[in-house]
Design a protein around this ligand. Structure first.
Ligand code: ZN
Ligand code: FE
Length: 283
């Protein structure tokens, strides 16, 4: 096993320090690779060649493939990878992902590179979309979430197959994860998402700070992913459907009162979310 800190004498009992690599693909996708220096797991390999190049460059063996949803930019490389590596393919029970060898559902776990990943169903972008949550700080330093096209840095995926309510509820589940969770989403959409977030919340100080730091990263040619859930909670309008400023923006946008029928809840979260999401669609 490779051990950067002490290559000649790795401590035999120490846990492997797992590494995560974002492989850029297409216009703005990241194909994620998790490895222990020897074995690697590919998450949403939309294209095979960049994954194969990375595996070869670092002398890694692919041991499994994880899939979040059926879109081509997430599964398009699976067939070619399987020609080189006969490995299990794990994903949601969606017939549009014919390569699956194991279907996983909400609350189930899957062990990868000795670490437990929990499956969270997050319908909305597609009906069968799932995310993988790995809460193994010893191996990774922080909890991790691979969430495909559900939660983006400062944004969320388009609602293609589910309802706005489903998507809002899916994001509500992700809001409950530890604030230190690193969010590994599948697209570098952050700057465009932040521009929209600013239109929703022009007075949000955390948002202004985040725009500055993301602009610096991107100007230096660095990815803005992963983000940290704490930052999303403070700046991502799609996680802030119950925030006063976001509610006020939705009310202004529709020029109407969006009162819930339920007197316990001042505003219907689903309606606020739907207004914001539809606004973003044409922003
Ligand atoms: Zn997608
Ligand atoms: Fe995608």
């Amino acid at each position: 096993m490779k051990n950067d800190a002490n290559p000649s004498n790795p401590a035999p009992s120490s846990k492997p320090t797992l590494r995560i690599t974002g492989i850029p693909a297409f216009q703005d996708n990241y194909l994620w690779l998790i490895d222990d220096g020897e074995h690697a797991v590919a998450v949403d390999p939309g294209d095979a060649q960049p994954v194969l190049d990375e595996l070869n460059k670092r002398n890694l063996t692919l041991t499994s493939i994880l899939v979040t949803h059926h879109h081509a930019d997430h599964i398009g490389g699976i067939d070619a990878l399987l020609k080189h590596y006969s490995v299990p393919v794990i994903g949601p029970a969606d017939s549009r992902i014919p390569q699956l060898t194991q279907r996983v559902a909400d609350g189930e776990t899957y062990t990868l590179l000795g670490q437990t990943a929990q499956v969270i169903e997050v319908p909305g972008h597609t009906l069968h979309h799932i995310a993988y949550f790995i809460n193994q700080p010893n191996a990774f330093g922080a909890p991790l979430l691979f969430c495909g096209d559900t939660l983006f840095a400062a944004g969320c995926g388009r609602v293609f197959e589910g309802t706005f309510t489903q998507m809002r509820q899916s994001l509500a589940k992700l809001r409950e994860l530890p604030e230190s969770t690193r969010i590994y989403c599948a697209h570098e959409y952050t700057q465009a998402n932040l521009a929209f977030a600013l239109a929703v919340e022009p007075q949000n100080k955390l948002l202004h700070q985040r725009i500055e730091s993301v602009n610096e990263l991107r100007a230096a040619g660095l990815p803005s992913i992963p983000s940290i859930l704490a930052d999303e909670l403070g700046t991502n309008p799609f996680l802030r459907y119950d925030n006063d400023a976001v509610i006020a923006a939705a009310v202004r946008r529709t020029n109407t009162r969006l009162d819930a029928h339920n007197s316990e809840v001042k505003y219907d979260h689903d309606v606020i979310f739907a207004v914001i999401r539809q606004w973003k669609d044409i922003f």
